[in-house]
Design a binder for this molecule. Structure first.
Ligand SMILES: NC(=O)c1ccc[n+]([C@@H]2O[C@H](COP(=O)([O-])OP(=O)(O)OC[C@H]3O[C@@H](n4cnc5c(N)ncnc54)[C@H](O)[C@@H]3O)[C@@H](O)[C@H]2O)c1
Length: 300
């Protein structure tokens, strides 16, 4: 074993983080990493995405200052620690790569291979922010699947406290411990989940959403009243139907179909009302209508 290699069970000291992708999730992850004190290199293929990502980070931290949660010094230090690049070579010094590129298995595998090709023989952890793909599948592209793990952050990253850590079949204890430690330093609450379709969060969230839709379909109550039941009865910050409108009904339908196929349980069969609404172009907030009318905030 060379001096730079470590045994698969070892934890790894993370000094620098590379975030691959500067979109909705990537820039948020880069922000919480920089605020946690890590030097961060954020890489995207597109210069525009990098520019927008950095602007969003600046805007978010400024809002944090207005709310009294962050200081000017936090802003200055975080921005000093953050570097954006379109060149993968500039991520060379990182010990932890967090991939936040589009949700395409082959793309994630290709990114993993190119990171490994860049750093032969040097230990690093490759974390993917995938919300649905199998970590074990992604790790098939790796020479070191024990160092591949899921770090599933939630949107918006700087606000949501949950970090769902997903173990691939070969992920080592050391990799898990390192990911948990980094997550805690980013002020997230890590949970550990096996690599099953929907992990823990999507499986539960989608189950709630689909049941709520079936209740609208059966005329049990209006969408607003069903949401209110969960908001006031169970202290959910937002009811499952309003949340479905924000996520997008088309996105929810795809996830439900995937969970229905892979888990094989009937409670994930997409309800007719969901299929019909997607066919009619009622996709939620982005189309102006879903379970609510978004310009008037009325429920169906
Ligand atoms: N959006 C969400 O609410 C959310 C929540 C949790 C997890 N996720 C997951 O996070 C990942 C990213 O989602 P997003 O919403 O941020 O996507 P996004 O489309 O906003 O951003 C993806 C970025 O990756 C860049 N990119 C493409 N190929 C790249 C490469 N080879 N190297 C570096 N960058 C590359 C794109 O230019 C784009 O800027 C997906 O796997 C998604 O499933 C998304």
């Amino acid at each position: 074993m060379s001096a730079t290699e470590t045994a698969p069970t070892d934890t790894l000291k993370i000094e620098t983080i590379a975030v691959l992708g500067a979109g909705t999730m990537g820039h948020g992850i880069a922000q919480v990493a920089a605020l946690a004190g890590y030097p961060v290199v954020m890489r995207d293929l597109e210069r525009d995405a990098l520019r927008r990502g950095v602007q969003s980070i600046e805007r978010n931290i400024r809002k944090g200052i207005e709310r009294g949660k962050l200081t000017e010094e936090d802003f200055d230090l975080a921005m000093q620690r953050l570097r954006g690049t379109t060149h993968l070579e500039e991520t060379l010094g990182a010990d932890l790569f967090i991939e936040a590129a589009p949700e395409v298995l082959e793309l994630k595998q290709e990114i993993l291979r190119s990171v490994e090709a860049l750093r032969p023989g040097r230990a690093f952890i490759f974390a993917t922010n995938t919300s649905s793909l199998s970590i074990t599948e992604i790790a098939r592209a790796s020479q070191h699947p024990e160092r591949v793990i899921g770090m599933h952050f939630f949107n918006p990253v700087h606000i949501m406290r949950l970090l769902e850590i997903v173990l691939g079949r070969e992920t080592s204890e050391g990799t898990l411990e390192t990911a948990r430690e980094v997550g805690r330093r980013m002020k997230k609450e890590p949970i550990t989940v096996r690599d099953v379709p929907g992990f823990a969060s999507s499986r539960l969230g989608v189950a709630f959403g689909l049941e709520a839709m079936r209740m609208v379909e059966q005329g049990v109550a209006s969408a607003r009243d069903i949401d209110t039941a969960m908001e006031l009865g169970y202290n959910h910050p937002m009811g499952p139907l309003r949340l479905t409108d924000l996520v997008g009904l088309d996105v929810r339908l795809r996830i439900a179909e995937y969970l229905h196929q892979t888990l094989g349980t009937e409670n994930f069969r997409p309800p007719e009302i969901l299929r019909r609404m997607v066919e009619e172009g009622k996709l939620g907030k982005k189309s102006g209508e879903g379970f609510y009318h978004w310009n008037k905030d009325e429920s169906i």
